[in-house]
Write a protein that binds this ligand. Structure first.
Ligand code: ADP
Ligand code: ZN
Length: 221
């Protein structure tokens, strides 16, 4: 039986960072549509070309494109795969598509974790975010600075600012989240699978809160 959990939250809520921690402690496979799209852009794949202009403006990529890349990805996993979706679904249309796929695989959504963070914190996190070009590690100019400015601690690669992390695009992304993703909160709340998580805490604390709900309490808490 296929199992799924979903990380839901505004840009900057920390979905990617939290996903890394959950992945390390569980058997969930991390599926990030943002990462998949960026990889497609980098590789010059047709879906990447289609997605690029939307991403740069902070708009959502059309559902048809997302459905395509997610379906491709799920077809690679076995019938008993456990998926942790990050940045997907983002629209009701995508949520319905996910439901259909899960029905086909006799799977279900176990939990949807809503990562709650105050708006000013979101803006600050995004505008100060820097990413390693080589390994994808994520830093923040003040909160998580690399030892040497502009250089990745893990691999020595160059850090860069995502083109959609500039202030103007950040504000648009938050707007788009409010407009298109908010309805998902109600959708999953009605189904009784939504768990609100305070994601304004330290990363370890947020992770532990989620792991506790997944039945994997962290030692020492
Ligand atoms: P964030 O959540 O911080 O905005 P992501 O890496 O998840 O960052 O997404 C970056 C961009 O990729 C989005 O602004 C959007 O253009 C596109 N994108 C990612 N996932 C989806 C999705 N499920 N549906 C539509 N567009 C998406
Ligand atoms: Zn690196």
């Amino acid at each position: 039986m296929m199992q799924a959990i979903v990380l839901l939250g505004a840009p900057g809520a920390g979905k990617g960072t939290i996903a890394e921690g959950i992945k390390a402690a569980t058997a969930f496979v991390h599926v990030s549509t943002g990462d998949m799209l960026r990889a497609a852009v980098k590789a010059g794949r047709p879906v990447g070309l289609e997605a690029k202009s939307y991403m740069e403006k902070g708009e959502l990529v059309p559902d048809a494109v997302i459905v395509k890349i997610v379906t491709e990805r799920l077809d690679q996993g076995g019938p008993d795969a456990q998926y942790m979706f990050d940045g997907f679904p983002r629209t009701l249309e995508q949520a319905r598509m996910l439901d259909e796929v899960l029905v086909e695989h006799r799977g279900r959504i176990e939990h949807v974790f809503l990562l709650d963070v105050a708006r000013d914190v979101l803006v600050d996190r995004l505008a100060g975010r820097r990413v390693c070009r080589s390994c994808g590690a994520v830093y923040h100019v003040r909160n998580i600075p690399p030892k040497k400015a502009g250089v990745c601690d893990a691999c020595g690669g160059a850090l860069y600012q995502r083109p959609d992390d500039t202030e103007e695009t950040v504000l648009n992304r938050l707007e788009v989240f409010k407009r298109q993703t908010q309805s998902l909160i109600e959708y999953y709340e009605r189904r009784g699978v939504l768990a609100r998580i305070n994601a304004g805490q330290k990363r370890e604390v947020t992770q532990a809160d989620i792991l506790a709900i997944l039945g994997k309490p962290t030692v020492g808490r």
